[in-house]
Design a protein around this ligand. Structure first.
Ligand SMILES: C[S@@+](CC[C@H](N)C(=O)[O-])C[C@H]1O[C@@H](n2cnc3c(N)ncnc32)[C@H](O)[C@@H]1O
Length: 371
């Protein structure tokens, strides 16, 4: 894949842009093999490959320019807006939505936030596309000043962009280089329905979702297959987010319990389980690292953020009665560190999922069984 923004030095986010896709995947595999070389007996499954372009289901666009002529993209070295609406890794439905959104910003006179002068309101536009094309749009604002005009012009935006299922305003009053703030004002809808493999996962505005809607179901299927193989009767899904692993692992005679620190994500997961008619799939809000494995299940699925599980949870699991761990990670460095902290387990299988083409990042899933 080639990208004009990359070639012209406008955006360098995709660090592997221009490298042939097979070379990218070979490099990621070599990186993972090196990190997991202390466990040479592991069986490596063929990697799951992505389409190399148009795979991202989520756009995080920094807004620059003027109210009349906004840019959606990034900020340059001088902190001025640069348009990236033609970004080739974004799903086509996201790209098609940018023009109506920019027209709406102009119509509702929402002044983009200008970092050098700390003036203006609109900081970011966050857009997520469901596999069926439905969209969730979030305007990250410094204050509620434009809210009246947003409400007034919203019907026109909805007419221009009928795929919009959820529209919100997120408030980020601080001058911080973060994506979003704590407060969310719901304007249209509640959740985006992310249908994967026939299972609907309800996504609320600030919750995590895997960024590649083709790879995500492959990830969930792989975990379910390994759990099925050992015929686990009880399963925990730690760091469960909106419940993708848990809902896919559901089976007759099996109880699944998800634990997640974000309460809105847990509410979404519960809604999805109820709609799917799965009473044996339950969720609770909590800190996975503080779990007590006294009533340990047969199997545990873990999918932590980049920092990994850490010493405490590894020690709890290592001393538990859990026979199988399925560990899905977006950071093979912390994964390798955590496996080393789980000496009671043997690394049986490894599979790479190319969730993030054009970058050095990848998702990797391993099967660990108690020795
Ligand atoms: C990589 S995401 C995985 C989400 C989910 N497994 C999925 O497939 O969508 C990591 C999740 O861990 C949650 N999280 C972070 N720290 C946590 C903790 N200490 N205990 C429980 N959940 C945590 C985050 O809110 C986020 O939803």
């Amino acid at each position: 894949m080639h990208c004009g923004y990359f070639d012209n030095g406008i955006c360098r986010s995709c660090t592997l842009m221009g490298t042939p896709y097979d070379v990218q995947v070979a490099g990621k595999l070599a990186h993972a093999r090196e990190l997991l070389s202390p466990w040479p007996d592991a069986d490596w499954l063929a990697p799951m490959l992505s389409r190399p372009s148009q795979f991202r289901n989520r756009a995080k666009m920094v807004v620059g320019g003027t109210a009349g002529n906004p840019t959606l993209g990034i900020l340059d070295a001088a902190r001025e807006g640069v348009d990236l609406t033609g970004c080739g890794i974004l799903a086509p439905g996201l790209r098609a939505a940018f023009a109506p959104i920019a027209a709406f910003i102009a119509r509702a006179r929402i002044t983009p936030y200008h970092v050098p002068t700390r003036r203006g309101e609109l900081k970011n536009v966050l857009l997520t596309e469901a596999p069926d094309g439905a969209l969730m749009l979030r305007f990250v604002l410094r204050s509620t000043e434009p809210l009246g005009r947003i409400r007034k012009h919203l019907p026109t935006l909805l007419a221009d962009l009928p795929a919009l299922a959820v529209v919100t305003v997120n408030l980020l009053p601080e001058h911080k280089a973060v994506l979003e703030g704590e407060e969310e004002i719901m304007l249209v809808g509640e959740t985006l329905r992310m249908r994967l493999d026939g299972i609907v996962l309800h996504l609320r505005p600030a919750s995590f979702f895997q960024t590649n809607s083709d790879i995500a179901p492959g990830l969930y299927r792989q975990a379910r297959d390994w759990i099925d193989e050992v015929d686990a009767r009880s399963v925990w899904d730690l760091y469960c987010g909106v419940g993708g692993f848990a809902l896919h692992a559901a089976a007759p005679g099996r109880s699944v319990h998800g634990v997640e620190v974000s309460d809105p994500a847990v509410q979404s997961a519960r809604l999805s389980a109820a709609e799917a008619g799965l009473p044996d799939v339950t969720f609770s809000t909590g800190d996975a690292t503080r779990l007590d494995a006294a009533d340990s299940p047969d199997a545990v699925i873990v999918n932590p953020p980049r920092r990994g599980l850490g010493d405490r949870l590894c020690a709890t699991l290592d001393a538990s009665g859990v026979s199988t761990i399925v560990y899905s990670s977006c950071n093979a460095l912390t994964l390798a560190r955590d496996i080393a902290a789980l000496p009671a387990y043997a690394l049986k299988r490894v599979r790479l999922f190319d969730m993030f083409p054009q970058t050095e990042h990848y998702e990797i899933m391993v099967l660990l069984t108690r020795r």
